[in-house]
Design a protein around this ligand. Structure first.
Ligand code: 5AD
Ligand code: SF4
Length: 469
């Protein structure tokens, strides 16, 4: 009998990937994904613990789901309620205590055990006090026990690495996701081939510190550069991206991959967090602001079209006006086409949370607003500089309006184009006509189509190379 499964995903792309894998694990048990919790036989909240608000949202969502669960029970049906992800890992015991109507609490490393957990819940027939808490780091790697992804879209995620050994002093990830683990290269290549066969044209490699990738290869360990080279050889894979990278793990081979592989898209998400050496040291980032600047110079030399995206934290404990000015300075000098910026949020159990020198909330808010103004202005200037240029756009689906298709530029900008033909999965050369704050619109051009260029963009990436990066 078919059962409805609703998964709500919070946080990073790794969680998006994990949610899809959980749906794959549950498909053989008859669970079909649905878009709302109301008629769901099972609801999974795949949670994020990176900042404070994220876990608060989970508890308020649980309150709503409790009411749905109770009204289903009153009507004679049940709903299995599961909390997965990093809040489950970090605060599993608290969830069991505060929300006893939750049936299963499972950490990110135990998704492959979901069917077994559901069977146990079914046996306990919903009796409270039988809550399942699975937050160990099991000895068997979950990837060996997860089914291959079922269907794929044009642009897909593929987890290659998980966990983190860096222990930045603000971050919960090393505690919630555990130690660095890299999947063997052969397993990744096999998954990528299957994704390409089912229509994927763009693959985003995921990992908490993805460029710390060191997976077992045919001839010893492979780094990320080597892995990307092998992926670029797979028929059908026209675009490759990776996220999130750490400046300390950008090695020569990865820089060479940016130089040599047109499939490797010219947008790099390289979080710097702060422009102050003092704060970077207190964060345990393992590099200085100048190290970051030098790295950017090397990357841009290898790939002149390269554009950068980053993450920033303002109001880290002890951050002075001078430290903040150093961050603004780095942003001015470097230029980012996209960025995520946050107020520092003390996370329980992390070293920085215990620092007595916390920055007052009003100061954090003021700094965040100033930084975001600058970053938004840079993003807008980049989008505006795209007007008149030709960009290869991977069409991912129909636009919001009839007669419109929508896709993404190499820089991940959403681009719409008026056309009736269903061009999903094709890379079209579009001349950019208009830039809005978060998207572009373009028109088709007569320039060479995908079949002429080595990279499938018909050589238009050369026009991108000449542009702003
Ligand atoms: N407070 C604020 N931002 C944080 N991030 C991670 N931990 C915290 C925290 N405690 C941000 C970092 C990281 C991104 C994913 O989230 O900028 O790169
Ligand atoms: Fe967190 Fe730092 Fe690891 Fe990134 S590198 S996941 S910020 S500890």
């Amino acid at each position: 009998m078919s059962k409805n499964l609703f998964i709500k995903t919070y946080g990073c792309q790794m969680n998006v990937y994990d949610s899809a894998r959980m749906a794959d694990v549950l498909a053989p048990l008859g669970f079909t994904p649905v878009d709302a919790p109301d008629d769901a036989d099972m609801v999974i909240l795949n949670t994020c613990h990176i900042r404070e608000k994220a876990s608060e949202k989970v508890f308020s969502e649980l309150g709503r789901l409790r009411r749905i669960k109770e009204s289903r029970r009153a009507g004679g049906t049940d709903m299995i309620l599961a909390v997965a992800g990093c809040v489950a890992q970090a605060e599993g015991a608290l969830i069991v205590e505060r929300a006893p109507y939750v049936d299963v609490v499972l950490g990110p490393q135990t998704y492959h055990r979901l069917p077994e957990m559901i069977a146990r819940v079914a046996r306990s027939q919903g009796a409270e006090g039988n809550r399942l808490l699975e937050t160990d780091f099991p000895p068997e790697p979950k990837f060996d026990h997860l089914p291959q992804p079922a269907a794929s879209g044009v642009s897909v995620f593929l987890t290659v690495q998980e966990g983190c050994d860096k222990f930045c002093t603000f971050c919960v990830v090393p505690y919630t996701r555990g130690a660095e683990y890299s999947r063997p290269a052969a397993a990744i290549l096999e998954e990528a081939r299957r994704l390409a066969e089912t229509g994927a044209r763009e693959i985003t490699l995921l990992g908490q510190t993805v460029n710390a990738y060191r997976g077992e290869g045919r001839d010893g360990p492979w780094g990320l550069g080597r892995l990307i080279r092998a992926l670029a050889g797979i028929e059908g894979i026209e675009r490759i991206r990776y996220t999130t990278s750490h400046p300390r793990d950008v090695d020569d081979d990865l820089i060479a991959a940016h130089r040599d592989l047109p499939q490797l898209m010219p947008l790099l998400h390289l979080p710097v967090q702060s422009g102050s050496d003092r704060i970077l040291a207190a964060m345990n980032r393992g590099h200085t602001a100048d190290d970051y600047r030098r790295l950017v110079v090397r990357l841009r030399k290898a790939r002149p079209a390269l554009a950068l995206s980053s993450d920033f934290i303002v109001g880290f404990p002890g951050e002075t006006e001078e430290d903040f000015a150093a961050t603004m300075n780095l942003v001015h000098e470097t230029g980012f086409v996209q960025a995520y910026s946050f107020k520092y949020s003390p996370r329980p159990g992390t070293p920085a949370a215990a620092d007595p020198d916390q920055v007052p909330e009003e100061i954090k808010s003021r700094r965040l607003a100033a930084l975001q103004d600058l970053l938004t202005a840079q993003q807008r200037a980049f989008n505006e500089a795209c007007v008149g240029r030709e960009l290869p756009v991977l069409i991912e689906g129909r636009g919001r309006f009839p007669g419109q298709m929508a896709g993404r530029s190499p820089y991940l900008q959403p681009v719409t184009v008026r056309m009736d033909e269903d061009a999903v999965g094709r890379i079209l050369n579009l001349r950019i006509l208009e830039a809005r704050p978060n998207s572009l619109s373009g028109e088709g051009t007569d320039s060479a189509g995908p079949e002429y260029g080595t990279c499938g963009c018909g050589g238009s990436c050369r026009s991108a190379e000449g542009g702003q990066g």
